[in-house]
Ligand binder design. Sequence first.
Ligand SMILES: Nc1ncnc2c1ncn2[C@@H]1O[C@H](COP(=O)(O)OP(=O)(O)OP(=O)(O)O)[C@@H](O)[C@H]1O
Ligand SMILES: [Mg+2]
Length: 440
Amino acid sequence: MGAPVVPAIALTLLAALAGALALAGQASLAAGAAFAAALGLLAALGVRMRRAAGAERESRAFAQAMERAADGDFSLRPGPASAPPLTALEGPFNTMADALASLIGELSEERAQLSSALDGMADGVLLVDRDYRVTLFNRAAGDLLAFDGSGAQALRDYELRELAARCRTSGEAERTELSLGAPRRTVSAAATPIGGASDGSALLTLRDLTAQRRLETTRREFVANVSHELRSPLASVKAMVETLEGGAAGDPAAAADFLARVNREVDRMTALVNDLLELSRIESGQAAPKREPVDAAGVAASVQADLERRIAEAGVSVAVERAGDTTVLGDAGQLHQVLLNLLDNALRFTPRGGEIAADVDGASRADAVTVRVRDDGPGVAAEHLPHLFERFYKADRSRRDQGTGLGLAIAKRAVEAHGGEIGVESAEGAGATFWFTIPR
Ligand SMILES: Nc1ncnc2c1ncn2[C@@H]1O[C@H](COP(=O)(O)OP(=O)(O)OP(=O)(O)O)[C@@H](O)[C@H]1O
Ligand SMILES: [Mg+2]
């Protein structure tokens, strides 16, 4: 800024000097020479001033390009410089700008790849600093910790803060298992110190074990249930065989009675094993249902016919009613099984003289046929309703010899394999209506 001021003062001084010489009336040669010299100097100074103004403009353009580069924009170039030292700087500046632009492009691409890889991970990953501020987190971690996506987050969970602090103190990776969020999720968490003791940051990884734990529990319960269901018939078979061995075989009447009871227990065990096989076949998807036109009302009538003897023995009435077109797309064998399980339950729970109705309704919905099996038995208490379709669930545990609690689980799997729904409506003491839908 100060440079143009000096030539301006010098110019004014020279002009004043030349004018003074002329006015003093001294030798005109000397005055003319001095005046010419002053004019020559003036012209030279004018050129230098223009140059200086140009150089200033170019320096400003350079400064602006550098400021923009500092902000990450490398597109602005200062333009051709007319004089040193800018001429010497122009080439290196452009080369540097090109190199930085491509380096930053590569870095942002890598960063984008890294962040999409992190977001694609099933495990939660997050970075916390010494003050438990979360400086980076992926989607899974955000979901597990219920971050609201409003930018700055703090690690609030006490156990996770403890874990981060522990790994900072020990300088080593630390692990723990904890519960997070609502609904509660079982999470295995690991913390690794990052950036040395002075930094105090920690990398946390969170693995959601809820589904795995649930599966383990289900498996354990399943084995326990199967063993339990098999133990009692096996124990009674053993006891009866021992009685027979102990002499009862010699008494034809007692022997016949014991053998008939052994036979019944063996039938129960066979039914249980068959149910288990059926269930595992449906669950493993091996028994993907056929999709062929089946008349659901026809299936209901054939189940009724199969149960004729039991219906007569139970002293109840069973009515199959139909409305509209009751044809569905499905697997006749599996639909038979579903209706058999529902009617079998209704028969088991309906007192002598009671009524059971199977409505096959093809009129209410265009896309599916609804089947309802209604009985006027004892019904189901509200607390049991949500569990009836679970494997081995029996509302009344005392009815040990009345089934294994697999019938409704099998029905549910089969209906769902058809893309339908199954449910129950009941109030204690007021009968039960089990219903299911099968798409057409
Ligand atoms: N119609 C019904 N009325 C009242 N309770 C019922 C009825 N149907 C089922 N339940 C209840 O639901 C439970 C589960 O039924 P599910 O058919 O799955 O098993 P189960 O009949 O006990 O045995 P399985 O069908 O394996 O021989 C029954 O034990 C019973 O407590
Ligand atoms: Mg049953």
